[in-house]
Design a protein around this ligand. Structure first.
Ligand code: AMP
Length: 281
């Protein structure tokens, strides 16, 4: 696996792939890799000839007081995992390499960027779309792979690609979960044993919403109330939001008459976790 620390090296690697007419797949990550990330790598390997993965903890998507400084950085084990998956190129730039001094240019997906996590994390999605646009320009992939775990992010990236005519196909892969249902996440490493148990409340709340929906309930307020009840029942869990939205616009729906996204974010102790499920009538 070739490791590129500079933009120039990464560009040279992807240019070489393109010159040999190879289909280039790209998986952007912030590292602390787990099975969720590896599922994206495997999807990329299945669909593309050459796969590049980036590891970059993007300062621009963290707000003041968030966990940028303590975000897990585990480069060596990450590198080994990617070697085992037979990844061709690892792009691991420094923040200084990615953001030139006095950079003032951003990519904003207006409207969508203020929904769901964007409401409680102002500027978060602007940070995401700016870095993803930059990564797309550096790596120039044919296909890029994202996880349904970050459903709003996937919607917003798709919209950016459409609005800016970026020549990349976005593939969204299913959520990978631990055997007990907790969505795999780099932030699960923050959870102490008690928090780890309490964290199951997110998936439990979503499952309860789904089962009420399967029993015929279509009213969003009533479904949301069911989910919130499950969340607040668990000591140590503080809901940020539980919403039912249109997966394309992220706007709340009143009645679930077509495919809808149930998205939840909650603090478990000091750790903010997210999860979601799709309802299909
Ligand atoms: P992150 O390193 O958290 O920025 O995530 C990098 C990519 O991995 C994003 O596209 C995430 O949606 C995806 N991802 C993270 N966790 C999971 C999971 N449990 N299942 C599927 N994809 C995931």
């Amino acid at each position: 696996m070739k490791i590129c620390k500079t933009i120039a090296d990464m560009r040279a690697a992807s240019r070489a792939a393109r010159h040999s007419e190879k289909r280039l797949g790209f998986v952007p990550t912030m590292g602390a890799l787990h099975e969720g990330h590896l599922s994206l790598v495997r999807a990329a390997k299945a669909k593309c000839d050459v796969v590049a993965v980036s590891i970059f903890v993007n300062p621009l998507q963290f707000g003041p007081g968030e966990d940028l400084a303590k975000y897990p950085r585990t480069f060596e084990p990450d590198r080994e995992l990617l070697e085992k998956e037979d990844v061709d190129t690892l792009f691991a730039p420094t923040p200084e390499e990615m953001y030139p001094a006095r950079a003032v240019t951003y990519v904003t997906v207006e409207g969508l960027g203020e929904k769901l996590c964007g409401r409680s994390r102002p500027g978060h999605f602007r940070g995401v779309t700016t870095v993803v646009a930059k990564l797309f320009h550096i790596v120039e992939p044919d296909m890029a792979f994202f996880g349904q775990k970050d459903a709003a992010q996937a919607t917003i990236v798709r919209r950016m690609v459409r609005d800016l005519n970026l020549p990349v196909e976005i593939v969204v892969c299913p959520i990978v979960r631990e055997p007990d249902g907790l969505a795999t996440s780099s932030r699960n490493a923050y959870l102490n044993p008690q928090d780890r148990k309490s964290a199951l409340a997110l998936n439990r709340a979503l499952s309860e919403v789904k089962s009420r929906f399967d029993q015929g309930e279509r009213n969003a307020s009533s479904l949301i109330a069911t989910g919130k009840q499950m969340l607040t029942r668990e000591i140590g869990v503080h809901p940020d939001y539980l919403e039912i939205v249109d997966p394309a616009t992220l706007d709340p729906v009143r009645e679930v008459t077509s495919s809808a996204l149930v998205a939840v974010a909650a603090f478990v102790g000091k750790t903010r976790l997210i999860d979601n499920i799709l309802l299909n009538p």
